[in-house]
Design a protein around this ligand. Sequence first.
Ligand SMILES: [Cu+2]
Length: 149
Amino acid sequence: MRIALAVAFALAGVACGGSGSSGSAPSAAASASAAGSSATCPASAALPTPVSDHGAVAARGSSVPIQAGDFFFAPTCATDVSAGTLTLTVHNTGTALHNVTIQSLGIDKDVPAGQTITVTVNVGSAPVPFFCKYHRTSGMVGALLPSGG
Ligand SMILES: [Cu+2]
């Protein structure tokens, strides 16, 4: 419920920003700060190309929230991930059906538009790449990057 409300609010915010014609509102900067990310994914992520890079955010604790949009993950990389069990919470903010696939762990989970899924990931010392199996070739890829890795 809380998430649905948050999405509605976000959509309303976008509509407002689009109709407000005064000034040169830097919508890109606004969305970047809203996502709390500014840096791009580090090269150590070794993401395949193409990648729709929506930035890197340092993980806090054992839960990492990621938005699945049309057609990207935001943030695209989670850095400073502690080794151990991590809960990925993936919320689909787009309109298409998306998916979280982590081949090395046998994870393949759909996330319908507007919904949220959680994926439990065991992180070691190596980067853990993930992607949406429907939009991988559109750059809908990302990675979890262990601290010190
Ligand atoms: Cu997708």
